[in-house]
Design a protein around this ligand. Structure first.
Ligand code: FNR
Length: 190
């Protein structure tokens, strides 16, 4: 059997009814058999970045995030778009994880991006900005396939399941690409 690929799943929204949390759950269903997506569940506990706080030692939830990313073979980010960019909650968490720069767990890590929005462009602008942020951490952000879940309120059913067949296919392809990138990384020992 192929080696298990553990993926750290990060949702960029805190709210309970988040479409992006639903998208992350859908990814768990659609992942290739050898992939296990472990949602990081402590985003709400990460304080605002403060260098004075950092000087006393990274808060425990930050350490937990760094550990979860470090121990995973790859990362999947499901993010909303706020004001055409990355939500502060997600950017703040990445800022914390990036410290100190020599220890960012994103370095050399394959990362897949996706996102859901009720709007027409399905988080395209947020994903573009997130690419840049993660590139500064040395992450290997997959160039595609792009999965932009636009008009997301029409794509999930009342139980929160991703019901749109085309979106399910695109998401499955993205996860296949992430599995391939993680396998290459495991083989080359990056
Ligand atoms: C938004 N929303 C939004 N949507 C979008 O497509 N482009 C945008 O620039 C913004 N900007 C924005 C700013 C702020 C402060 C909020 C609160 C919301 C709408 C957003 O996509 C919508 O609330 C999603 O449902 C948020 O994702 P979750 O929480 O459902 O995962």
């Amino acid at each position: 059997m192929a080696e298990k690929i553990v993926v750290c799943g990060i949702a960029g929204s805190l709210r309970a009814g988040s479409f992006n949390k639903m998208l992350l759950r859908a990814a768990g269903e659609l992942a290739p058999a050898e992939m296990e997506i472990r949602p990081f569940g402590r985003m709400a506990e990460i304080p605002l970045y403060d260098a004075d706080l950092e000087a006393k030692g990274a808060p425990e939830p930050v350490q937990a995030l760094k550990r979860a990313v470090r121990e995973a073979a790859a990362v999947l980010v499901c993010t909303p778009e706020y004001n055409w960019s990355v939500p502060g909650v997600l950017k703040n968490a990445i800022d914390w994880a990036s410290r100190p720069p020599s220890e960012t767990p994103f370095a050399g890590k394959p990362v897949a991006l996706t996102g859901a929005s009720p709007g027409a462009v399905g988080t395209a602008r947020a994903q573009q900005h997130l690419r840049l942020v993660l590139a500064s951490n040395g992450a290997l952000v997959l160039p595609g396939p792009e999965v932009l879940v636009a008009r997301c309120q029409e794509k999930f059913d009342a139980s929160g399941k991703l019901a749109d067949e085309a979106t399910r296919r695109y998401l499955a392809r993205l996860l296949e690409a992430l599995a391939a990138a993680a396998r290459r990384n495991l083989t080359t020992g990056r």
